[in-house]
Design a protein around this ligand. Sequence first.
Ligand code: F6P
Length: 565
Amino acid sequence: MLFDSELDRLVRAGTPLTETPPWRALAGHWRRICGLEMRDMFAGDPARFRRFSVAIDGLLFDYSKNRITEETLGLLLALAEASGLPEAAAAMASGEAINWTERRAVLHMALRNRSNRPVLVNGRDVMPEVNAVLERMRRFATAIRDGSHRGATGLPIRTVVNIGIGGSHLGPEMITQALRPFHDGPEVRFVSNVDATDFVEAVRGLNPAETLFIVASKTFTTQETMTNAASARRWLVDGVGDASAVARHFAALSTNREAVATFGIDPENMFEFWDWVGGRYSSWSAIGLPVVVAIGFPRFEELLEGGHAMDRHFLEAPLERNIPVLMAVLGVWYANFVGAASHAVLPYDQYLARLPAYLQQADMESNGKSVDRDGRRVDYSTGPILWGEAGTNGQHAFFQLIHQGTRLVPCDFIGCARSHNPLADHHAKLIANMIAQSEALMVGRTRGEAGAELERRGLPAGQVAELLPHLVFEGNRPSNTILLDELTPRTLGTLIAAYEHKIFTQGVIWRVNSFDQWGVELGKMLAARTLDEELRLLAGDEVDLAGHDSSTAGLLRAFAEKARR
Ligand code: F6P
């Protein structure tokens, strides 16, 4: 039976999750070890890095700079086991409807299943359909790349503009940017925001006769995407002067055939995916088409292979050597036992600058939940606030708070051993900064060290005493470091899949559904009503806003008045 772990049974029998033996053991353990300093643990154990790091093909995961002992790890992994993680992972892989609120399977792993082993949903193997869509993507993207797909006036396509939002934008945008060194196809641009500025700037300077729009939307009903798609259609038809041009200048990526046809996109140019692909897990599906256009199909296949390699690792490696599981339980450790509210992702690679934004949706839309699998309000923290910025830029912005602020912010540092741009000593400096930051966070600087430093600078005693408290770094601040050999389609696929499985594992431990997103509904619903009222106010109509609070009504009237001036 699905989700019938040892902890499920205890919780259903009335024991709060946080009162179950594995949680209590961890809480007690934290009380015992909270005074331990990582710098002492390193000093006392020269093998700590070796013991607390895992290397797989192309990726090294170092988690030794965490406030953990072997015992901590054992207790955390015991929690994962008791939560039914191995069974839940197997259920996901075998196509069970683990997204129970939407009664759907969760099979992004099938999209990158390079073994081609059958994957069954309701008894039917989905692999033939997955492979057929991949083959159609290959043919279409190849025709755009080699110029055989021509626009309505006979010109080849020089620019592809992807229109989508959320999962239909963040993944392909992040991946396209990350794999920029591999671009050998037409330019690819992205539009997501309903703010017209996004669309206007994206098409600035483009020739409609040489532009192809990809409308990416799982539902094909999303307000932002459909508004941008309609503007794109007008821009194209006005530019080319022929309404039938849409057939050669638009493609759709969606699960909704009917809506795509209604919009007027040629079914030949529609690339399908399925309800068992969550939006934020969809870059591996047809949603990856802009990536294929940019880097070509063989490179896209390497991305899928990297994801598949991480899937096998996640499903087969023992928990104590399992990178996503380790990432997940460390996150649970800090969120639920040490009291951290957020988690920083800090890629020391400019090509990965959009990774934090991508992971914000992946993580926060998945585990930003407060109701458990039995429909009850949880009384413990779930998904962290995920944030970050590329290094070294972040160092000159918010690292002050991470080093000396009052909040604990566990960090993931991500870097690459080899750079695509080996210019002078840039890369050595970049990676030296990354490694030094993780060391500084861990060792800190004691009063004695700070005092000695000030004296060395020759400051008078009075000034030393005054400055001393400000120069002390508590240290003992945790981080993971992920070192890729090089940023390639394959290592990027491995990295993304590692975070996906981390999120899954945490959702299992927190007993939430990581695959629905009801929390975005209310805002969407209210925006539809507000838009109607706003349009009538702008037209000068009398509108009854009594159903709103005074702030909402006041803002609506103020906007309409100012906009009409
Ligand atoms: O509003 C959130 C959301 O539903 C995401 O889950 C999704 O990725 C995004 O909107 C876009 O949805 P669609 O692909 O259906 O346009």
